[in-house]
Design a protein around this ligand. Structure first.
Ligand SMILES: NC(=O)c1ccc[n+]([C@@H]2O[C@H](COP(=O)([O-])OP(=O)(O)OC[C@H]3O[C@@H](n4cnc5c(N)ncnc54)[C@H](OP(=O)(O)O)[C@@H]3O)[C@@H](O)[C@H]2O)c1
Length: 307
């Protein structure tokens, strides 16, 4: 039996699909236990129960592997990075008590306890908590994830390029990203569960783009004629605030812009993802960016939540 956090979410859904295809059983822990379950009876559903560790331990018992995708993209309302770190530590402790033997933890490329960015710092804190736990672990560090109909960054760049005459690139645009296909990430995660020894690995695709090149690639794929304008960080943030108001979402936070510009979404490891973004874009040009993907809708507005 496997437990996957967030099997109705993005990465968790693809990990779950892969486990089910291999004939394995899955239970999910989620903040949205009443969301439509695309897997039907094949996946049992339990709420997170971070505030009730006894129940949380019970919900993990009988499983051998925990796939953890739980995290927060940005602080919003009373949901902070500190709370996500705290909850994940509660989950790790509960996994130890429940007798889970291996955790596959989805992290991020280049986490650092010294990072000024709470996303990258929080991820480093959790990696250390896992490494010093009793669990055997596979820490999988993706950069930007694409595909599967639910990615946010690449989809929303495409949406903007389809709908606006100008696209603003923060700064020079020469900072790099190494996107990984969501199904490749799921494969890497499930393969990583099968090893005995603890390991930490980056999960990135074969193609590295500067942000400017990425925007041009997506613009070409969706047939956008938008003018690419380079904006200062301040102007980028003003534009993002206006855009956020228009789409009723947090499009990208100041910290995410900082993260993008800090060259953190690349790896010096050999790429493990086989699917090339350029090829995937050619095959999915019709759909990518056809609709805006809203983080706030996904986590704060849709029915069935229990955060
Ligand atoms: N997406 C990317 O491009 C990307 C890139 C690098 C690393 N990662 C990492 O990959 C992992 C999975 O990312 P994902 O994009 O697949 O995430 P996701 O499906 O949107 O969410 C993963 C899990 O976190 C919970 N969660 C997310 N935002 C939350 C919020 N604001 N409040 C409470 N719970 C929240 C979800 O709860 P529910 O079960 O209630 O939905 C779900 O269980 C994360 O650890 C992330 O840091 C993602």
């Amino acid at each position: 039996m496997n437990v996957v956090t967030g099997a109705f979410g993005y990465t968790g859904k693809h990990i779950t699909q892969r486990l089910l295809s291999a004939g394995e059983r899955v239970r999910t822990l989620t903040g949205h236990p009443n969301r439509p379950n695309p897997f039907g009876e094949r996946v049992s559903v339990v709420p997170f129960n971070f505030e009730d560790p006894v129940e949380l331990v019970k919900s993990l018992q009988g499983a051998t592997t925990l796939y953890n995708t739980y995290w927060v993209r940005f602080a919003h309302g009373d949901f902070t990075f500190d709370r996500a770190v705290h909850n994940t530590k509660v989950l790790i402790k509960a996994a130890e008590e429940a007798g889970i033997s291996r955790i596959v933890h989805i992290s991020i490329t280049n986490p650092s306890e010294h990072s000024p960015l709470p996303y990258f710092k929080g991820k480093a804190t959790l990696e250390m908590a896992i490494v010093s736990s009793k669990l055997s672990y596979a820490i999988v560090r993706p950069a930007v994830i694409f595909g599967g109909g639910e990615d946010i960054l690449i989809n929303n760049i495409a949406w903007l390029l389809r709908h606006f005459p100008v696209f603003g690139v923060p700064g020079s645009g020469d900072y790099r990203l190494q996107p990984v296909f969501v199904e490749d990430l799921a494969e890497i995660a499930v393969d990583a569960a099968r090893h005995d020894r603890s390991l930490i690995l980056d999960a990135v695709g074969a193609e590295v783009y500067t942000f400017g090149q990425l925007v041009e690639l997506i613009a070409g794929a969706v047939g956008s004629r938008a003018r690419i304008a380079h904006l200062s960080k301040e102007r980028t943030l003003s534009a993002l605030r206006l855009l956020g108001w228009l789409v009723r979402d947090v499009v990208l936070t100041a910290e995410e812009v900082e993260g993008l510009m800090s060259d953190l979404l690349v790896s010096s490891d050999a790429p493990r993802g086989k699917t090339r973004l350029s090829e995937w874009l050619r095959q999915n040009a019709e759909h990518v960016g056809a609709r805006y993907a809203s983080e706030l809708d996904r986590h704060y507005r849709k029915a069935g939540g229990a955060h």
